[in-house]
Design a protein around this ligand. Structure first.
Ligand SMILES: NC(=O)C1=CN([C@@H]2O[C@H](COP(=O)(O)OP(=O)(O)OC[C@H]3O[C@@H](n4cnc5c(N)ncnc54)[C@H](OP(=O)(O)O)[C@@H]3O)[C@@H](O)[C@H]2O)C=CC1
Ligand SMILES: O=C(O)CCC(=O)C(=O)O
Ligand SMILES: [Mg+2]
Length: 417
């Protein structure tokens, strides 16, 4: 029994088998978080468009029973002023296995820590999976945007996102700095009296489980390469560790052999026989190469902060974060969410592109094995874009476009199913 979550009368839970495959009933109960800011605009549109696709694909035989759960500002209205991420929200997301969320606001500087990060950490959703793919007709700053076709595996549970940091001039910052100076012989904190300080944990286990998923994805989807993106020349034992442990895992678990003495290595895809190259790139160079030579990159495995930057940069190459979907995954639980945030200046205006959250739902349907409904979301979005009835973000860059609202774009998609 929940305090504020209303479990739908109809429908059943999705369950997980011992081999981590899913049992998906025809009427699964799927929790959703509306989200802050533009969440109030895009989430209702996503629900409506997904319902229409499921109805069209299965003619009433299948239907999602949506169950609202609360986080962020809405949670504080439902549960009380300081309750941002209620325990029963976490319980429900775990218990119902597959869920979707709108964006949640995190203040800069002080205030609450990120609820998005907290959710990933509490549920150990260690993979942030963000596919970046071009839709025909989308305006892009690149001449050949179709050459950008990558899938980001961003480590979601550690790195500087662990939130171990202390404000400048606080007792804890002073204590930690004194410890570093007195016990660890550190002399290079330039202004010790006024430094805020943060800690960046990166582990062998955390790296291995992420890189394993990235390589398995390359095998399952017949991809030519996995690139480990890091800044290991500077952060040798965290980002450099990630690179070394990633290569070691590829050799140990997938039988990869060094190319020309390494460190790049390769193995034959056991499903197709085609070779998969494991390579690495230093993050700053990588950010220029994805613009200049995007076709050379396919699956990307990277740490939390790099993955955050790279996600938005790659999204821009194929038309922006209006159509950038994502998933947060553990071995059993999945919570889907857009790459973008709450875009507060547009909140409540029925204005922004709901495409990222709809495409996140497309990933969710595919994860559930509801391929026909997922395919309908893709084809109807393609049609909507080709007909140039698009939201402001595309309309301002397209010639001859008709600008539609957030809900209007949902309606155009439904008409195209
Ligand atoms: N997973 C999550 O819940 C995330 C939450 N956040 C949080 O969101 C808040 C705002 O962050 P901010 O840095 O402004 O980043 P946002 O991603 O919210 O917005 C940045 C810009 O991206 C464009 N954009 C965002 N959403 C859409 C959309 N649906 N359709 C079209 N364009 C869009 C807009 O560009 P333009 O101005 O050009 O129109 C917007 O100004 C912060 O509190 C941040 O912490 C951020 C990222 C992820
Ligand atoms: O948690 C936040 O507020 C921002 C997170 C973010 O930018 C991301 O996950 O891409
Ligand atoms: Mg981000």
């Amino acid at each position: 029994m929940y305090q504020h979550i209303q479990v739908p009368d109809q429908g059943q839970k999705i369950t997980v088998n011992a081999d981590m495959s899913l049992n998906v009933p025809d009427q699964p109960i799927v929790p959703y978080i509306e989200g802050d800011g533009t969440g109030v605009d895009i989430t209702p549109v996503m629900l409506k468009v997904v319902d229409a696709a499921v109805e069209k694909a299965y003619g009433g035989r299948r239907q999602i029973q949506w169950m609202e759960v609360y986080a962020g500002e809405k949670a504080t209205r439902v549960y009380g002023p300081d309750v941002w991420l209620p325990q029963e929200t976490l319980d429900a997301l775990r218990e119902y296995v597959v869920s979707i969320k709108g964006p949640l606001t995190t203040p800069v500087g002080g205030g609450i820590r990120s609820l998005n990060v907290a959710l990933r950490q509490e549920l150990d959703l260690y993979v942030c999976l963000r596919p970046v793919q071009y839709f025909k007709g989308v305006p892009s700053p690149l001449k050949e945007p179709e050459k950008t076709n990558m899938v980001i595996f961003r480590e979601n549970s550690e790195d500087i996102y662990a939130g171990i940091e202390y404000p400048a001039q606080s007792d804890k910052a002073r204590k930690l700095i004194r410890f570093l100076q007195d016990e660890m012989g550190v002399t290079k904190i330039r202004f010790p009296e006024t430094s805020g300080i943060g800690i960046k944990p990166v582990s062998i286990e955390g790296t291995e489980r992420l890189v394993r998923k990235a390589i398995q994805y390359a095998i399952d989807n017949d991809k030519p390469s996995v690139t480990l993106v890091h800044k290991g020349n500077i952060m040798k034992y965290t980002e450099g560790g990630f690179r070394d442990w990633g290569y070691a895992l590829a050799q140990k678990e997938f039988g990869a052999q060094p190319i020309d003495g390494g460190p790049w290595c390769q193995f034959a895809n056991p499903k197709t026989g085609r070779k998969i190259v494991i390579k690495d790139s230093i993050a700053d160079a990588f950010l220029q190469q994805i613009l200049l030579r995007p076709a050379e990159y396919s699956v990307i495995a990277t740490l939390n902060l790099n993955g955050d930057y790279i996600s938005d940069a790659l999204a821009a190459q194929v038309g922006g974060i209006g159509i950038a979907p994502g998933a947060n995954l553990s071995d059993s639980v999945a919570c889907f969410e857009a790459t973008h945030g709450t875009a507060p200046k547009y909140a409540g205006k029925d204005y922004v592109n709901p495409g990222s959250e709809i495409l996140s739902a497309e990933m969710m349907l595919r994860h559930m094995g509801w391929k026909e409904a997922a395919d309908l979301l893709i084809s109807s979005m393609e049609q909507a874009i080709l007909s140039k009835r698009v939201t402001y973000d595309f309309a301002r860059l397209m010639e001859g476009a008709t600008q539609v609202s957030c809900s209007g774009f949902g309606q155009v998609m439904i008409e195209n199913m």
